[in-house]
Design a protein around this ligand. Sequence first.
Ligand SMILES: [Zn+2]
Length: 515
Amino acid sequence: MSVADLILKNANVIAVDPVQSTVELVAIKGDKVLLVAGNESLESVRGAKTKVIDCQGKTVVPGFNDAHCHIFSFVRKLLSVDLSPSSVSSISDIKSAISQKAQNTSPGQWLIGTGYNEFYLVEKHHPTRCDIDEVAPHHPVILAHRSLHACVLNSLALSLAGINRETPDPPGGLIDRDLNTGEPTGLLFEMLGYIREKVLPPLSEAELTSGIALANRHYLSQGITSLQEATMVNDLSQWHKFRHFKDTGKLKSRVYMMPGIEALSQFQEAGLAPGSGDSQLRLGGVKVMPNEATGQLYPPQMELNQQVFDAHRAGFQLAIHAIEPSVVEAAITALEYAYSHLPQPGRRHRIEHCSQCPPHLLERLNKLQAVVVTQPPFLYYNGERYLATVPADRLQWLYRIRSFLNSGLIVAGSSDSPVVPDNPLVGIYAAVTRQTESGQPLLPEECISASQALAMYTINAAYASFEEGIKGSITQGKLADMVLLSDDLTKMPPEQIKDIKVEMTIIGGKVVWEA
Ligand SMILES: [Zn+2]
């Protein structure tokens, strides 16, 4: 037996590996797991230079894998004015936060606010251009809704974006207008990408560098060792950015970058096949985002079928964003179309969110052997809103998990950060208890066990990126990505899972974070 570089002993190891029974010791050599065994094996792998950490009975689990998130949006959020429900509760709070930022920013510079959610504002409606004009007339201002599916611009920002009475709605987007005058109110739906591309200046080198450092620390403190990046604007330049941050060690968590469908040809021309890269940065599935913001499916079904088929034929995994039952159905139809023209089992096409999925669609998903990438923390952070606003006939199919697992589907867990906070233990808590932030139950019949929820954030998430052979469990020969927790999530009252602390994070055999 060779000698370990690092040994964790006296640990309560939850390996998420079906062949592994309870063990207390993990030995690591280089970036991989050398041995998972009982404490009695310590001497067989200890050498003169081996570092030994006594875990004092605390729990070690595989590193968390957030299967759907938005890294640069999170960076922007870290650098922007925080308008999330924990920071503001009214439009006047939003105004004073923006006003304060405006006073410290030179005129003409963009002000960005993120995370507002009109449902949690006392006014129960979105702010308007006029609200923002009052406090920041000389700065272009954009407020991004927490869902990233809506935003509000002030007058200066609207004019820089060339949006006025005469501007038609762009494809798939919607410009909210005053019913009497026809003037844009400032509220835009599904146009954040458009605004970003058209007028929003990219983060400067300095902003990006300081923002990535903040984000990196944050991810490690949450025990997140792998990130699956699901942003529609992911293109070749984003890929190079990630490569840079990986090569310079500024972003320690591993990244599975899913390119947007628009950028597919860039990757093909650059000779980057699906799965290209390495365990640090890998090219992932193609993101497609059909929506119904305008009341009808965009892109239309035929076009969606074609997009999906093109990516399928090129060998790429698909990652199709789908919220409403009709959009979930459109996604399924497109995948069925692709498979019927080119049957290839094992492609693991993904449905992102799959938020409202009635039984007949679940059956079709199963036939496709699709992977569902869900967001349990939505139940916790958005639950009150769902209970109040989602019609009963849809609420009954909302963010189902147990039915999916029982039917044999693989379900991966994620946060969609920065849409909601990304603490995986809150996600696991929410999947286990299905309680909203105020403790209301939300489809308790869809509860799952803590072990199942842990699997969603580890081995299942690794499966979603075709990487279950190299990570997702604490197994000899796999990458040594793991987390030391203050408590055992499988053996405590479920209500307390969200309060578990991450005490240490290890990536590729290196301790990268300690509480
Ligand atoms: Zn997302």
